[in-house]
Design a binder for this molecule. Structure first.
Ligand code: NAP
Ligand code: ZN
Ligand code: ZN
Length: 354
C-alpha cells in the first residue's frame, strides 16, 4: 500500500499540436489516491480515434495530447482502500477513466453514456476530477481509479488483449445489443482494427458473417478470422446481389460512405449501426429508411461491465486482436500506415521502448 505516494514523472509520446508528429516527452501522473491503482503499462494499441483526435478531426483540443486508450499492463501499486486488485494483477484501461457515477447510465454500468455534469471522462484529452488534463496510454505508467480498471484474463497475452479495451468492446456491444447470433446475417463494413474483431466476435456469437471491404486484398485474412463471405464494395455487383439480405450491418469505416447504398443491403426492419467517426456529417435519404422500416443507429464503446464481459467472452472463445507490435519511435510511421489502410490489423506500442 502506497497511498499518498508522490506524483511521478513518466516518459510518454505526445502530439504537441494538431497534425504535428508525436514526440517523446515526460508527463506527470497524479499521486496515488486511496482508490487508485498505479499501472505499469506494457502495451498500448493505436486506435484510429487517436489519429482523428490529434489531427483535430473532432474539434479543438488542448495540446500536448498523449493518446492511447487501449492499455494493457500490470498493477505496480495500489491505494490504501483498493479492494479489487493487487500488485501483479494483469489489468487494462479503455476509453474512459472516470464519469459522474450517479446518473442513471452510470448506475446502470453504461458509463460511456454518462449524462452527469462531468460526462464520461476520456482517458486522454479530457479534464479529470482534479482539473488536470488526462493523458493516455502511450506512456510507461498511468494512475486510474480501480472502478475504471478491467481484469485481463490469464489466457490472453497482454499485447493482443490491449485492442479489446476499445476496438473489442466497440464491436461486442452493438453485436450483443442487436442480437448477432445463430440465424442472423451480419455484415461488417471495413476490415481494420475494429472490423477484424467484429468478424471474430460475430462469428463466435454464431452469426453468419460477411465482410464488406473496399477490395478483395484481405479476403484470405477475413475468411481465416471467421467470415463466411467476403465481398468488395468497389464491385457494383455486390450491392445488387446482396440487396435486402442483412439483419444487421456494422459500419466501422473511418471515412465518408454512401450510406444509402449500404441501407439498401438491409432486410426490411434491419439495422445499420454507425461506429466510424468521419469528420463530415452523415448524409442519408429519408426513403432509404422509411420504405422498409429500417434503422440507422450509433453505438459508442461499452461500459465497464460490458468491457469486462468482452474480455471474458474473448478468453472463453480463444479470440483476441491480431497485432503488429512496434517500438514507440515508429508511432508516426504507424499513423501513416493506418491512414493508408496498411495494417493487419492493429498496431500496438511496446511501451518498454518509450
Ligand atoms: P482502421 O483500423 O483504420 O479501420 C478502418 C477501415 O475502414 C479500414 O481498414 C478500411 O477497411 C475502411 N476504410 C478506410 N478508409 C475508407 C474509405 N475511404 N472508404 C471505404 N472504406 C474505408 O480504424 P479503426 O481503429 O478500426 O476505427 C474505425 C473508425 O471507428 C474510426 O473512425 C474510429 O474513430 C471509430 N471508432 C469508433 C468507436 C466507437 O465507439 N463508435 C470506437 C473506436 C473507434 P477495408 O480496407 O477493409 O475497406
Ligand atoms: Zn479507440
Ligand atoms: Zn454519469
Amino acid at each position: 500500500m502506497i497511498e499518498g505516494m508522490n506524483s511521478m514523472t513518466v516518459a510518454a509520446y505526445a502530439a504537441p499540436a494538431p497534425k504535428a508528429p508525436l514526440v517523446k516527452t515526460t508527463i506527470t501522473r497524479r499521486a496515488l489516491g486511496a482508490h487508485d491503482i498505479l499501472i505499469d503499462i506494457k502495451y498500448a494499441g493505436i486506435c484510429h480515434s487517436d489519429i482523428h483526435t490529434v489531427q483535430g478531426d473532432w474539434g479543438d483540443r488542448v495540446y500536448p495530447i498523449v493518446p492511447g486508450h487501449e492499455i494493457a499492463g500490470v498493477v505496480a501499486a495500489v491505494g490504501s482502500e483498493v479492494t479489487r486488485y493487487a500488485v501483479g494483477d494483469r489489468v487494462g484501461v479503455g476509453c474512459f477513466v472516470d464519469s459522474c457515477r450517479t446518473c442513471d447510465n452510470c448506475r446502470a454500468g453504461l458509463q460511456q453514456y454518462c449524462t452527469g455534469e462531468t460526462g464520461m471522462i476520456g482517458t486522454y484529452a479530457a479534464t479529470g476530477r482534479d482539473g488536470e488534463q488526462t493523458q493516455g496510454g502511450y506512456s510507461t505508467h498511468v494512475v486510474v481509479d480501480e472502478e475504471y480498471v478491467l481484469r485481463i484474463p490469464d489466457s490472453i497475452p497482454l499485447d493482443t488483449a490491449a485492442p479489446l479495451l476499445c476496438a473489442g468492446v466497440t464491436l461486442y456491444s452493438p453485436l450483443a445489443h442487436w442480437q448477432a447470433g445463430p440465424g442472423r446475417k451480419v455484415a461488417i463494413v471495413g476490415l481494420g482494427g475494429l472490423g477484424h474483431l467484429g468478424v471474430r466476435i460475430a462469428d463466435a456469437m454464431g452469426a453468419e458473417v460477411t465482410v464488406l471491404s473496399q477490395s478483395l486484398r484481405k479476403k484470405e485474412d477475413g475468411l481465416r478470422l471467421g467470415a463466411d463471405h467476403y465481398r468488395a464494395t468497389s464491385d457494383p455487383a455486390t450491392f445488387e446481389e446482396l440487396a435486402g439480405t442483412f439483419d444487421l450491418i456494422v459500419n466501422t469505416v473511418s471515412a465518408d460512405l454512401d450510406l444509402d447504398a449500404y441501407l439498401g443491403l438491409l432486410r426490411p426492419g434491419g439495422t445499420m449501426v454507425q461506429l466510424g467517426g468521419p469528420e463530415k456529417p452523415l448524409a442519408v435519404s429519408p426513403f432509404a429508411l422509411i420504405t422498409h422500416r429500417k434503422s440507422l443507429a450509433g453505438s459508442m464503446i461499452g461500459g465497464i461491465p460490458e468491457t469486462q464481459e468482452t474480455l471474458d467472452f474473448c478468453a472463453e472463445h480463444g479470440i483476441a486482436a491480431e497485432v503488429e507490435v512496434i517500438e514507440a519511435a515508429r508511432v508516426n510511421e504507424a499513423y501513416e500506415r493506418v491512414l493508408a489502410g496498411d495494417v493487419r490489423f492493429r498496431f500496438v506500442i511496446d511501451t518498454a521502448t518509450i
